[in-house]
Design a protein around this ligand. Structure first.
Ligand code: NAD
Length: 507
């Protein structure tokens, strides 16, 4: 088994790659020293990418400036247009193949660089994106056929899309966005989270190198090598960018919503769970553990707080222990809360946030922070809290779930609604009462509403439907597909080509 490179090894590899790239000129417009740390790995050499044949060397998507990236993506957009649907399908096939075949290596790289989540899930997220994210097969047209001929609605690309991606799934989000966006004929420039830029650059470089070798097009996915808030702003405002897609927390969601361009915003969540008296409690416990423990609760859809009716509260907590989660005592919950949740912001904007040291860390680490003992392979810690505990309203992104005792179903649904903050992102219920499901569904009004399963079932992982790592919430597009990134165009032919009816009726 290979192991992820540690920091000194990454630094050595970066120096080696910088030296190689300096010789071949393989970073567009960049002094090689500005390559992101963690920019490691090698793509087999390409004869067509050498400067010796009189053309600039291939950048394979990595650019020093926003302008270089947008210019390269614009060229790639026109080249892709010329290759039709088959070209898109082949380009996407390379992204899928690399995501699956290199999942172990790239997953280890992402884990070593970001230092959050669980290695097995970093690897799995890459594999499932390769297998399940929808591509060209989602591209459909609609037709109206009637007495006045035909109108066809087709779905056209926007052009170059600006994408902002989170640290919680750096390369998975880029791969997923790229498949969706290329399927609909677009190209994309990514400003990744700075703490996940190394694996982002390595993945993008592999995708482009393979596509370039096969189709002769480079930079279908372009990346700003040293991403900052300023480069994100520059990208939003670049004339060559026709659409924005952001995946992240409240600040980037606000910035995108304030942009003068159309934005697709996959914003934050704080998914509540309700468990009522009719629920299958063992199934509920297993589901809560599966969803909340996945990648140490980094998923925006992951179960973050649970509201349980009093009549089954104690039995559900016993079921959680039977299913393998560790129950903390009241004083242990207090100790963990003091360590894990801190205050940020000033004045009226002061609010609780997860502390960086514990965000995305293993359940065993949280247990130790609480003063409890746990096996290293523990998946989840949990405990009873009151509704005022800051773990309840905070999107904590840790494998600790607070359980709140509620007098009845109405209180549980109301508390769930309040804790979701109107993000309208994801909610989960465990119940066999369809009226309870309906009431909760109507009040919370979320984009994803999962019944009797783990949150991940809402993304087609154990439930029906398809996968995306960008769930557009405030802007309403939902789980993104290729069609999310299209413009509708209507083509009308008056009085002809409706071949139904009598020939004698033709004028
Ligand atoms: P984050 O908000 O800290 O960063 C996300 C991205 O936005 C990063 O690239 C960051 O550099 C950039 N950014 C932050 N502020 C910005 C600003 N003012 N202008 C431009 N860019 C800005 O989030 P994170 O910690 O990387 O990811 C976790 C958050 O993302 C959680 O809130 C989670 O719910 C959310 N998320 C949502 C989805 C979804 O599909 N809805 C998917 C994954 C993550």
């Amino acid at each position: 088994m290979t192991t992820a490179p540690n920091a000194p090894e990454i630094a050595d590899l970066v120096r080696k790659v910088i030296a190689e790239l300096t010789q071949s000129g393989g970073v567009s417009g960049a002094p090689a020293a500005s390559l992101p740390s963690g920019f490691v790995g090698a793509v087999p050499p390409e004869p067509s990418a050498t400067a010796s044949c009189g053309r600039p060397a291939a950048a394979h998507g990595i650019h020093a400036t926003v302008n270089d990236a947008v210019v390269a993506a614009t060229t790639a957009f026109h080249q892709l247009e010329a290759l039709g649907m088959e070209g898109r399908r082949r380009a996407i096939a390379h992204i899928r193949r690399i995501a699956i075949e290199d999942a172990e290596e790239l997953g280890r790289m992402e884990f070593a660089e970001t230092k959050i989540g669980r290695l097995e899930h970093k690897i799995e997220k890459l594999k499932v994106l390769g297998e399940k994210v929808p591509g060209v097969e989602f591209m459909t047209s609609e037709v109206f056929s009637g007495d006045h001929g035909l109108a066809v609605i087709e779905h056209a690309p926007f052009g170059v899309i600006a994408a902002i991606t989170p640290v919680t799934h750096s390369l998975p989000t880029i791969g997923c966005n790229a498949i969706n966006m290329i399927a609909s004929g677009n190209t994309v420039v990514v400003n990744p989270h700075p703490s996940g830029r190394g694996v982002a650059a390595e993945g993008v470089r592999r995708f482009n190198a393979a596509i370039h070798r096969d189709l002769g097009i480079d930079n279908l996915v372009s990346l700003v090598a040293e991403p900052t808030l300023e480069s994100a702003g520059e990208l939003f405002n670049h004339r060559g960018v026709k659409l924005i897609c952001v995946t992240g927390g409240p600040a980037v969601a606000r910035a995108a919503l304030q942009s003068s361009k159309r934005a697709i915003v996959a914003g934050p969540g704080n998914p509540p769970v309700v468990v009522d008296a009719t629920a299958d409690l063992d199934r509920a416990a297993r589901s809560i553990i599966q969803g909340a423990a996945y990648d140490n609760n980094l998923l925006c859809i992951g179960e973050k707080q649970v509201f349980v009716v009093d009549s089954v509260f104690d039995r559900l907590l016993a079921a959680m222990e039977r299913a393998g989660a560790l129950r903390l005592t009241g004083s242990q919950v207090d100790a963990l809360t003091k360590r894990a949740i801190v205050m940020a912001g000033e004045g009226a904007h002061r609010h609780p946030v997860p502390c960086k040291e514990l965000l995305g860390q293993d359940a065993a680490v949280l247990a130790r922070a609480a003063g409890a003992h746990a096996a290293e392979n523990l998946e989840l810690v949990f405990g009873e809290t009151d509704v005022d505990n800051p773990f309840v309203p905070t999107e904590q992104m840790m494998p600790f779930v607070p359980f709140v005792r509620c007098h009845d179903l109405d209180e549980a649904i109301q508390r769930a609604h309040e804790s979701e903050h109107g993000f309208r992102h994801t909610a989960i219920i465990h119940s066999n009462d369809v009226r309870a499901m309906t009431r909760m569904g109507r009040l919370l009004d979320t984009t994803l509403f999962v019944k009797n399963g783990p949150s991940v079932a809402g993304l087609g992982l154990g439930g029906e439907g398809y996968l995306s790592f960008s769930i557009a919430t405030p802007t309403g597009e939902g789980v993104t597909t290729p069609l999310t990134f299209t413009r509708q165009r209507r083509c009308t032919l008056v009085d002809d080509l409706r071949v139904l009816g009598s020939p004698d009726a033709l004028a």
